[in-house]
Design a protein around this ligand. Structure first.
Ligand code: FES
Length: 310
């Protein structure tokens, strides 16, 4: 069951690059949409504009890249959706927040991965925070949201790397030193994420934050073991077979949990869990959150039992 809690009207569609369209989503009757924080997403699309940015009118802005191997979503957004259409979407969720206690923020964006980082950069600019937004794109033609990047409050903080141009950023040099209090945020395609992770391998784990679009290629998970899911609020246990996810097992018992990406990326299926019984296989929870939460679409029990608050 995919969680759909809002209906929005497509107020404007704009071509950003040959592969990326942006969609401005507004309340169907002009009311206010639910608030959100920079870094948040709806469904699997990050909100590309911070709340309160001039001209936003409280609407949501998303960027959608047409993926060749689309699981349906991006191709249909490009081909079928028109201005004026009504769309069901999930409420905004944030699994990629700005770290309030950081002294400096380094935001690294690859291609369409710019969307959450652009909103974070706008938020940081409004706060007067120390930050840099490094954007990696194939060429100027492939640079989405160029107007927003050129806005006077953002432009001094933006560095561009264009594959086909003279402007380059040396990742190794950029990430060589980790200054105390600096937090790194990354979002982009798998190859970009791997390169950044490698270059930042010596950074403290809790200073590195990532938002994935798809589960990394090297995330092949070992075969699952059967286990039991104890539901504390209902007072019974649900068996999970070796070839089944916890989510499927609950569904078979008539218990519907909201789900969206089914890859451990979006956080929609996350519930409260007890102790350290989970073998986490998600890409959205921080190590602190993993102490008391679990993503049911992909994670399993370490041993025979996983206790969740349902
Ligand atoms: S449904 Fe997205 S993390 Fe589980």
């Amino acid at each position: 069951m995919v969680e759909r809690t809002l209906t929005v009207r497509v107020a404007r569609i704009r071509r950003e690059t040959p592969e990326i369209l942006s969609f401005e989503l507004a309340h169907p009757w002009g009311r206010e949409l639910p608030g959100f924080e920079a870094g948040a997403h709806i469904d699997q699309y990050s909100l590309a504009r911070a709340p309160g940015v001039q001209g936003s009118d409280g609407s949501y802005l998303i960027g959608v890249k047409r993926e060749v191997a689309s699981r349906g979503g991006s191709a249909s957004m490009h081909e079928r959706v028109r201005e004026g259409d009504l769309l069901p979407i999930s409420a905004p969720r944030n699994t990629f927040p700005v770290q309030a206690g950081a002294r400096r923020h380094l935001l690294l964006a690859g291609g369409i991965g710019m969307t959450p980082l652009l909103a974070m950069a706008q938020h940081l600019a409004r706060q007067g925070a120390d930050f840099e937004l490094c954007v990696f794109a194939r060429s100027r033609e492939h640079l989405a949201f160029a107007d927003a990047l050129a806005a006077p409050e953002l432009a001094p903080h933006v560095r561009l790397h264009l594959d086909d141009g003279a402007q380059k950023i040396d990742l190794q040099a950029l990430l060589r030193e980790h200054a105390d209090g600096t937090h790194l945020y990354m979002c982009g395609p798998a190859g970009f994420m791997n390169a950044v992770r490698k270059a930042a391998a010596h950074w403290p784990e809790d200073a590195v934050h990532a938002e994935y679009f798809a589960a990394p290629n090297d995330s092949s998970v070992p075969a699952g073991k059967a286990f039991s899911l104890r539901l504390t609020q209902r007072g019974f246990s649900v068996p999970v077979a070796a070839d089944q996810t916890a989510l499927d097992a609950l569904h078979d018992f008539g218990i519907d949990i909201p789900v969206s990406c089914e890859q451990g990326l979006c956080g929609t299926c996350v519930v409260a869990a007890e102790g350290e019984g989970a073998q986490h296989r998600d890409f959205c929870l921080t190590s602190a959150e993993r102490q008391h939460k679990v993503a049911l679409c992909c994670s399993r029990a370490r041993e025979q039992e996983l206790v969740i608050h349902l």
